[in-house]
Design a binder for this molecule. Sequence first.
Ligand SMILES: Cc1ncc(COP(=O)(O)O)c(C=O)c1O
Length: 374
Amino acid sequence: MDLFKTYKLWPIEPVKGLGCKVWDKEGIEYLDLYGGHAVISVGHCHPKYVAALTSQAGRLGFYSNAVENSLQVTLADKLGRSCGYPDYQLFLCNSGAEANENAMKLASFATGRSKILACSKAFHGRTSGAVAVTDNPKIQSPFNKTGNVEFIALNDTEALEAKLSAREFAAVIIEGIQGVAGIYEPSADFLQAARTACDATGTLLIMDEVQSGYGRTGRFYAHQQHGIKADIISMAKGMGNGFPIGAIIISPAIEASYGMLGTTFGGNHLACAAAIAVLDIMKEEALMDNAAKLGDYLMRKLQGNKAVKDLRGRGLMIGIELNPGFETLRDRLLFEKHIFTGGAGANVIRLLPPLCITEAQADIFLEAFNDLTA
Ligand SMILES: Cc1ncc(COP(=O)(O)O)c(C=O)c1O
């Protein structure tokens, strides 16, 4: 059997990792400033994480959501205390798209409304509902196109207020920072206006923190720097440091009813053990502070480079928009300097490293970047 060829592959196979480094089959060492797409939060193969997963795998890997699972309760308690939403409710699933599906379905149940308002250039995932609020017709099949979704430009406060005033929308969904689009931040004014308009019209505010959450920007969730609270927050990626897990946290004002949401694998024992270990390591190693500090450092040092047209983002979610002529830079970083970075189109490099990156590792990247753009 052949693989379904839907990914464009680099001819490299990482087979081993540690912290911010990975090694390929030939033993070549790479600096990982991509984190497998913002997934590696506490670092590859962190010994505490490996121990937690190994020990859970040797005890009980899985049982269904038909029985009690105290690992889920422990995870909810630790997450609530870490993330600044201690009174919210946790629903566990398996991925970012699934988290957004559940967030929107729940908003529709709670309000009795069927429409969702989303932002242009947004990416919320590839399952049916998530792709419908993703502003990219190329990844929407005819089956996914729906009249229930409308788009406004990110940061267009007037359009947002006008749309919500009709009281037809169950929710507005906004990324904490738009990642796939190339690192664009919602402004404080826009988010504050969204909060006010949602309250005035009975609409729920969903923040998609799948990429920008879990400490990556120096706050637990990116939207928290703007002093607003969301009704439902979706997360995944960094939550399991590579073990598939996603979640939504839900305002106490929204009531659950039996059977409303569900999943076979969501919240399984191995996923919870991974997610608990991640939160413990983040706290013990102050990784959120490290993300803020190293993010500022990288931004400061990248200023003024002639290849850089614009620098965007916060913490360790950085978009480097490149001037014309530097389109091959991401490939050159990988093949000549052995540094993985993310991309967004041909002219934006995205830095999404593990939150444990050190200043010395940031310097290796900066030296390589300066060398290739000299
Ligand atoms: C903001 C955002 N939401 C949702 C998703 C979808 O997550 P997943 O691929 O885990 O379904 C992504 C993935 O890149 C994302 O960046």
